[in-house]
Design a protein around this ligand. Structure first.
Ligand code: ADE
Length: 237
């Protein structure tokens, strides 16, 4: 059972995780999602979690005390725990990081909202991660995306026969095109080779289409492709 713990001021934003595959994964005790409102750890009577920035300037800054208290109050870790801070200043999340995190026992996500973090909050985190090069109103949507990407990699979450080798990005390439019946739809035909039953030719076609797509749509991924000995002759055709 992998545990996801989220420290947030808006636990109700996480309702989407109670649907579909992640709901079933929780029902089957493959994952557990704990939501902690760190406002509960605010010290003042009015439960303030933010304050004006030292040195002046617009906006508010998350105070360190509530988050430090919330992290210190986490139940004893059962195995390997990673504490992740969501921020647009972090390293950009990707499939490789999802795979790496999927072997942890617990991931703790610290979500800010609207505002910056007091710099000292950074010391709580093992890593700072961003969903992408854009700014969200808070870390909550980023945490949900990352929980989804990690949870689907865990044994049993997608069902017994799931294979991840062919996912887009898992081998540094985009996934090849897929088709199902009918073989002709509104004049658009399924490529002949897929109907041939010739496994080696199908594999070669899929590899070539994966490479083609990646070159055309995501040339930025080319330096990280793990080329295979047969790729050269495929691309020559
Ligand atoms: N909080 C605000 N913007 C974010 C982003 N891009 N990634 C993660 N957390 C964020």
């Amino acid at each position: 059972m992998m545990k996801f713990t989220v420290l947030t001021l808006f636990p109700e934003m996480f309702a989407p995780l109670q649907e579909s595959i992640l709901k079933r994964a929780q029902d089957n005790e493959l994952i557990n999602i704990a939501l902690i409102n760190f406002r509960d750890y605010a010290l003042s009577k009015h439960k303030n979690v933010d304050d004006v920035p030292y040195g002046g300037g617009a906006g508010m800054v998350l105070k360190p005390e509530p988050l430090y208290a919330a992290v210190r109050d986490l139940p004893l870790a059962q195995g390997q725990r990673r504490i992740i801070m969501l921020t647009p200043q972090g390293q950009v999340f990707n499939q490789k990081r999802a795979q790496n995190w999927s072997s942890a026992d617990e991931l703790v996500f610290i979500c800010g909202h609207y505002e910056g973090f007091d710099e000292r909050i950074r010391s709580l985190a093992d890593e700072e991660v961003s969903l992408g090069d854009f700014v969200l109103t808070g870390g909550e949507l980023a945490a949900m995306v990352m929980i989804d990407a990690v949870a689907r990699l865990l044994p049993g979450v997608l069902g017994e026969s799931a294979s991840f080798e062919e996912d887009s990005h898992s081998a540094g390439l985009l996934e090849y095109p897929q088709y199902t019946r009918p073989s002709v739809f509104e004049g658009m035909e399924v490529p002949e080779v897929l109907l041939s039953g010739h496994h080696a030719r199908i594999e070669a076609w899929r590899r070539k289409e994966s490479l083609r797509r990646t070159f055309l749509i995501r040339p930025d991924m080319i330096p990280n492709i793990k080329f295979l000995p047969g790729d050269y002759s495929l691309l020559e055709e």
